[in-house]
Design a protein around this ligand. Structure first.
Ligand code: B12
Length: 223
Protein backbone atom coordinates (compact mmCIF):
# COMPACT_ATOMS: atom_id res chain seq x y z
CA UNK A 1 0.00 0.00 0.00
CA UNK A 2 1.45 3.42 -0.82
CA UNK A 3 1.88 6.11 1.84
CA UNK A 4 -1.04 8.22 0.63
CA UNK A 5 -3.47 5.28 0.72
CA UNK A 6 -2.24 4.31 4.17
CA UNK A 7 -2.73 7.86 5.43
CA UNK A 8 -6.24 7.94 3.97
CA UNK A 9 -7.28 4.65 5.58
CA UNK A 10 -5.81 5.64 8.97
CA UNK A 11 -7.76 8.89 8.85
CA UNK A 12 -10.99 7.10 7.96
CA UNK A 13 -10.50 4.61 10.80
CA UNK A 14 -9.77 7.25 13.44
CA UNK A 15 -12.41 9.72 12.25
CA UNK A 16 -14.88 6.86 11.92
CA UNK A 17 -14.41 6.09 15.64
CA UNK A 18 -14.66 9.77 16.63
CA UNK A 19 -17.87 10.20 14.63
CA UNK A 20 -19.20 6.68 15.39
CA UNK A 21 -19.54 5.99 11.67
CA UNK A 22 -19.81 2.19 11.88
CA UNK A 23 -20.03 1.70 8.10
CA UNK A 24 -17.02 3.93 7.45
CA UNK A 25 -14.93 2.02 10.01
CA UNK A 26 -16.07 -1.31 8.57
CA UNK A 27 -15.25 -0.32 4.98
CA UNK A 28 -11.86 1.20 5.83
CA UNK A 29 -10.93 -1.88 7.91
CA UNK A 30 -11.95 -4.20 5.05
CA UNK A 31 -9.96 -2.15 2.55
CA UNK A 32 -6.91 -2.39 4.81
CA UNK A 33 -7.27 -6.16 5.15
CA UNK A 34 -7.60 -6.47 1.35
CA UNK A 35 -4.11 -4.92 0.96
CA UNK A 36 -2.67 -7.90 2.84
CA UNK A 37 -0.59 -5.67 5.12
CA UNK A 38 -0.12 -6.20 8.85
CA UNK A 39 -3.11 -4.63 10.63
CA UNK A 40 -1.04 -3.43 13.63
CA UNK A 41 -0.84 0.20 12.42
CA UNK A 42 -4.53 0.22 11.46
CA UNK A 43 -5.42 -0.75 15.03
CA UNK A 44 -3.01 1.53 16.89
CA UNK A 45 -2.65 4.56 14.56
CA UNK A 46 -6.25 4.32 13.35
CA UNK A 47 -8.79 2.97 15.85
CA UNK A 48 -6.87 3.72 19.07
CA UNK A 49 -5.91 7.22 17.88
CA UNK A 50 -9.62 7.87 17.28
CA UNK A 51 -10.46 6.71 20.79
CA UNK A 52 -7.80 9.03 22.25
CA UNK A 53 -9.56 11.93 20.55
CA UNK A 54 -12.88 10.72 22.03
CA UNK A 55 -11.24 10.85 25.49
CA UNK A 56 -10.15 14.42 24.80
CA UNK A 57 -13.65 15.41 23.69
CA UNK A 58 -15.13 13.83 26.82
CA UNK A 59 -12.69 15.77 29.03
CA UNK A 60 -13.65 18.96 27.15
CA UNK A 61 -17.32 18.13 27.83
CA UNK A 62 -18.09 18.06 24.13
CA UNK A 63 -18.85 14.34 24.36
CA UNK A 64 -20.72 12.51 27.11
CA UNK A 65 -21.23 8.85 28.02
CA UNK A 66 -23.54 7.99 25.06
CA UNK A 67 -20.93 9.28 22.58
CA UNK A 68 -18.18 7.29 24.33
CA UNK A 69 -20.35 4.18 24.09
CA UNK A 70 -21.08 4.68 20.39
CA UNK A 71 -17.38 5.31 19.68
CA UNK A 72 -16.49 2.12 21.57
CA UNK A 73 -18.98 0.17 19.43
CA UNK A 74 -17.43 1.56 16.23
CA UNK A 75 -13.93 0.71 17.48
CA UNK A 76 -14.99 -2.88 18.20
CA UNK A 77 -16.48 -3.21 14.68
CA UNK A 78 -13.07 -2.30 13.25
CA UNK A 79 -11.16 -4.44 15.73
CA UNK A 80 -13.21 -7.54 14.91
CA UNK A 81 -12.22 -7.17 11.24
CA UNK A 82 -8.55 -6.23 11.78
CA UNK A 83 -7.58 -8.50 14.69
CA UNK A 84 -7.55 -11.83 12.82
CA UNK A 85 -5.10 -10.34 10.29
CA UNK A 86 -2.47 -9.14 12.70
CA UNK A 87 0.85 -10.86 12.01
CA UNK A 88 2.14 -13.30 14.61
CA UNK A 89 4.98 -11.95 16.77
CA UNK A 90 7.90 -14.27 17.52
CA UNK A 91 9.14 -13.61 21.03
CA UNK A 92 10.99 -16.92 21.62
CA UNK A 93 9.22 -17.42 24.94
CA UNK A 94 5.62 -18.36 25.59
CA UNK A 95 3.91 -17.66 28.86
CA UNK A 96 0.58 -18.22 30.53
CA UNK A 97 -1.40 -15.16 31.49
CA UNK A 98 -4.58 -14.43 33.40
CA UNK A 99 -6.02 -11.05 32.43
CA UNK A 100 -9.02 -8.92 33.37
CA UNK A 101 -10.33 -5.47 34.21
CA UNK A 102 -10.80 -5.06 37.95
CA UNK A 103 -14.09 -4.93 39.83
CA UNK A 104 -16.23 -1.84 39.26
CA UNK A 105 -14.57 -1.02 35.96
CA UNK A 106 -16.25 -1.79 32.62
CA UNK A 107 -13.54 -0.30 30.38
CA UNK A 108 -12.28 -3.28 28.41
CA UNK A 109 -10.88 -1.92 25.13
CA UNK A 110 -7.32 -1.49 26.47
CA UNK A 111 -7.42 -4.87 28.19
CA UNK A 112 -8.62 -6.55 24.99
CA UNK A 113 -5.86 -4.90 22.97
CA UNK A 114 -3.23 -6.08 25.45
CA UNK A 115 -4.77 -9.57 25.26
CA UNK A 116 -4.55 -9.43 21.47
CA UNK A 117 -0.77 -8.82 21.67
CA UNK A 118 -0.39 -11.86 23.93
CA UNK A 119 -2.48 -13.91 21.48
CA UNK A 120 -0.32 -13.00 18.48
CA UNK A 121 2.79 -13.86 20.49
CA UNK A 122 1.40 -17.34 21.15
CA UNK A 123 0.85 -16.94 24.90
CA UNK A 124 -1.90 -18.94 26.60
CA UNK A 125 -4.38 -16.33 27.77
CA UNK A 126 -7.22 -16.72 30.25
CA UNK A 127 -9.44 -13.68 29.91
CA UNK A 128 -11.74 -13.04 32.86
CA UNK A 129 -13.43 -10.09 31.11
CA UNK A 130 -14.34 -6.83 32.78
CA UNK A 131 -15.71 -5.82 36.19
CA UNK A 132 -14.00 -8.93 37.60
CA UNK A 133 -14.51 -9.69 41.32
CA UNK A 134 -11.09 -9.32 42.95
CA UNK A 135 -10.91 -12.89 44.34
CA UNK A 136 -11.51 -14.33 40.84
CA UNK A 137 -7.99 -13.33 39.79
CA UNK A 138 -6.52 -15.44 42.59
CA UNK A 139 -8.87 -18.37 41.86
CA UNK A 140 -7.92 -18.39 38.17
CA UNK A 141 -4.19 -18.03 38.90
CA UNK A 142 -4.28 -21.02 41.24
CA UNK A 143 -6.34 -23.06 38.77
CA UNK A 144 -4.14 -22.30 35.73
CA UNK A 145 -0.80 -21.83 37.55
CA UNK A 146 -0.28 -18.85 35.23
CA UNK A 147 3.14 -17.18 35.09
CA UNK A 148 1.58 -13.72 35.07
CA UNK A 149 -1.61 -12.00 36.22
CA UNK A 150 -2.47 -8.84 34.29
CA UNK A 151 -4.76 -6.29 35.86
CA UNK A 152 -6.33 -3.41 33.97
CA UNK A 153 -8.08 -0.35 35.47
CA UNK A 154 -9.08 2.90 33.80
CA UNK A 155 -10.29 4.82 36.80
CA UNK A 156 -8.55 6.22 39.86
CA UNK A 157 -11.33 4.68 41.97
CA UNK A 158 -11.23 1.14 40.57
CA UNK A 159 -7.42 0.96 40.48
CA UNK A 160 -7.61 0.83 44.28
CA UNK A 161 -8.72 -2.81 43.95
CA UNK A 162 -5.34 -3.70 42.45
CA UNK A 163 -3.22 -3.78 45.64
CA UNK A 164 -5.81 -6.09 47.21
CA UNK A 165 -5.48 -8.57 44.33
CA UNK A 166 -1.70 -8.30 44.39
CA UNK A 167 -1.58 -9.02 48.13
CA UNK A 168 -3.94 -12.02 47.79
CA UNK A 169 -1.87 -13.55 44.98
CA UNK A 170 1.57 -12.85 46.45
CA UNK A 171 0.49 -14.43 49.73
CA UNK A 172 -0.38 -17.73 48.02
CA UNK A 173 2.22 -17.61 45.26
CA UNK A 174 5.07 -15.11 45.71
CA UNK A 175 6.66 -16.10 42.39
CA UNK A 176 3.65 -15.17 40.26
CA UNK A 177 4.40 -11.96 38.36
CA UNK A 178 1.83 -9.17 38.37
CA UNK A 179 1.67 -6.71 35.50
CA UNK A 180 -0.74 -3.80 35.82
CA UNK A 181 -1.85 -1.08 33.44
CA UNK A 182 -4.47 1.38 32.30
CA UNK A 183 -4.64 5.17 32.01
CA UNK A 184 -4.14 6.05 35.72
CA UNK A 185 -1.24 3.62 36.28
CA UNK A 186 2.25 5.13 36.48
CA UNK A 187 5.55 3.47 37.49
CA UNK A 188 5.14 5.12 40.86
CA UNK A 189 1.62 3.72 41.38
CA UNK A 190 2.73 0.26 40.25
CA UNK A 191 5.60 0.35 42.76
CA UNK A 192 3.35 1.47 45.60
CA UNK A 193 0.80 -1.25 44.78
CA UNK A 194 3.51 -3.95 44.89
CA UNK A 195 3.15 -4.91 41.21
CA UNK A 196 6.13 -6.41 39.37
CA UNK A 197 5.69 -4.06 36.43
CA UNK A 198 3.55 -1.82 34.31
CA UNK A 199 3.43 -0.75 30.67
CA UNK A 200 1.88 2.24 29.01
CA UNK A 201 0.59 0.40 25.95
CA UNK A 202 0.00 -3.05 24.53
CA UNK A 203 3.38 -3.46 22.78
CA UNK A 204 5.24 -2.56 25.96
CA UNK A 205 2.93 -4.87 27.89
CA UNK A 206 4.09 -7.79 25.73
CA UNK A 207 7.74 -6.75 26.16
CA UNK A 208 7.35 -6.62 29.94
CA UNK A 209 5.55 -9.97 29.99
CA UNK A 210 8.33 -11.59 27.95
CA UNK A 211 10.93 -10.29 30.45
CA UNK A 212 8.85 -11.68 33.31
CA UNK A 213 8.56 -15.13 31.75
CA UNK A 214 12.34 -15.20 31.09
CA UNK A 215 13.00 -14.22 34.73
CA UNK A 216 10.68 -16.99 35.96
CA UNK A 217 12.38 -19.58 33.75
CA UNK A 218 15.80 -18.49 35.10
CA UNK A 219 14.48 -18.80 38.63
CA UNK A 220 13.22 -22.34 37.93
CA UNK A 221 16.57 -23.31 36.35
CA UNK A 222 18.52 -22.07 39.36
CA UNK A 223 16.34 -23.65 42.02
C1 B12 B 1 -14.37 4.51 25.92
C2 B12 B 1 -14.51 5.00 27.33
C3 B12 B 1 -15.61 4.58 28.06
C4 B12 B 1 -16.58 3.50 27.56
C5 B12 B 1 -15.88 2.12 27.73
C6 B12 B 1 -16.31 1.11 26.69
C7 B12 B 1 -15.49 -0.15 26.77
N1 B12 B 1 -16.10 -1.25 26.35
O1 B12 B 1 -14.34 -0.18 27.20
C8 B12 B 1 -17.81 3.70 28.51
C9 B12 B 1 -18.83 4.59 27.85
C10 B12 B 1 -18.51 2.41 28.98
C11 B12 B 1 -17.17 4.47 29.68
C12 B12 B 1 -17.80 4.61 30.90
C13 B12 B 1 -17.31 5.41 31.93
N2 B12 B 1 -16.19 6.17 31.88
CO1 B12 B 1 -14.89 6.10 30.45
N3 B12 B 1 -13.65 6.40 29.09
C14 B12 B 1 -13.55 5.92 27.88
C15 B12 B 1 -12.34 6.57 27.16
C16 B12 B 1 -12.88 7.69 26.27
C17 B12 B 1 -11.46 5.68 26.32
C18 B12 B 1 -10.86 4.46 27.00
C19 B12 B 1 -10.25 3.58 25.92
O2 B12 B 1 -10.84 2.59 25.52
N4 B12 B 1 -9.09 3.97 25.39
C20 B12 B 1 -8.42 3.26 24.29
C21 B12 B 1 -7.54 2.13 24.83
C22 B12 B 1 -6.81 1.41 23.70
O3 B12 B 1 -6.56 2.72 25.66
P1 B12 B 1 -6.39 2.31 27.19
O4 B12 B 1 -7.69 1.82 27.71
O5 B12 B 1 -5.70 3.39 27.91
O6 B12 B 1 -5.45 1.03 27.14
C23 B12 B 1 -4.07 1.08 26.78
C24 B12 B 1 -3.15 1.35 27.99
O7 B12 B 1 -3.78 2.03 29.06
C25 B12 B 1 -2.60 0.02 28.34
N5 B12 B 1 -3.35 -0.88 29.25
C26 B12 B 1 -4.67 -0.97 29.48
N6 B12 B 1 -4.93 -1.99 30.31
C27 B12 B 1 -3.76 -2.58 30.59
C28 B12 B 1 -3.44 -3.69 31.41
C29 B12 B 1 -2.11 -4.06 31.53
C30 B12 B 1 -1.78 -5.23 32.38
C31 B12 B 1 -1.08 -3.32 30.88
C32 B12 B 1 0.31 -3.70 31.08
C33 B12 B 1 -1.40 -2.22 30.06
C34 B12 B 1 -2.73 -1.87 29.93
O8 B12 B 1 -2.51 -0.64 27.08
C35 B12 B 1 -3.71 -0.34 26.35
C36 B12 B 1 -3.53 -0.54 24.87
O9 B12 B 1 -2.43 0.16 24.33
C37 B12 B 1 -11.52 7.12 28.39
C38 B12 B 1 -10.62 8.32 28.11
C39 B12 B 1 -9.14 8.03 28.25
N7 B12 B 1 -8.37 9.07 28.14
O10 B12 B 1 -8.69 6.93 28.48
C40 B12 B 1 -12.64 7.41 29.40
C41 B12 B 1 -12.33 7.39 30.90
C42 B12 B 1 -11.45 6.22 31.27
N8 B12 B 1 -13.68 7.18 31.47
C43 B12 B 1 -13.90 7.87 32.54
C44 B12 B 1 -15.11 7.89 33.27
C45 B12 B 1 -15.20 8.92 34.40
C46 B12 B 1 -16.17 7.02 32.96
C47 B12 B 1 -17.52 6.89 33.71
C48 B12 B 1 -17.46 7.01 35.24
C49 B12 B 1 -18.46 7.99 33.10
C50 B12 B 1 -19.82 8.11 33.75
N9 B12 B 1 -20.09 9.30 34.22
O11 B12 B 1 -20.57 7.17 33.80
C51 B12 B 1 -18.02 5.52 33.24
C52 B12 B 1 -17.52 4.41 34.20
C53 B12 B 1 -18.07 3.06 33.91
C54 B12 B 1 -17.41 2.01 34.77
N10 B12 B 1 -17.99 1.68 35.91
O12 B12 B 1 -16.36 1.51 34.42
C55 B12 B 1 -12.67 8.69 32.94
C56 B12 B 1 -11.92 8.11 34.15
C57 B12 B 1 -11.45 9.21 35.07
C58 B12 B 1 -10.66 8.70 36.22
N11 B12 B 1 -9.44 9.18 36.30
O13 B12 B 1 -11.08 7.96 37.03
C59 B12 B 1 -11.86 8.74 31.59
C60 B12 B 1 -10.33 8.85 31.77
C61 B12 B 1 -12.38 9.97 30.81
C62 B12 B 1 -12.00 11.31 31.44
N12 B12 B 1 -11.07 12.02 30.84
O14 B12 B 1 -12.53 11.70 32.44
N13 B12 B 1 -15.98 5.01 29.32
Amino acid sequence: MDAAKKEELLKRLSQGVVEFEDDEVKEAAEEWVATGEDTYDAIFDGLVTGMEEVGRLFSAQEYFVPEMLMAADSLYIGLDILKPHMKQRDTNVKGTVVIGTVQGDVHDIGKNIVKMMFDVAGFDVYDLGRDVPLEDFLKKQLETKSDIVCLSAMMTTTMMGMPKVIEMIKEKNPNCKILIGGAPITDDVAGKFGADGTAKDASNALEEAVKMVVALKDLQKNS
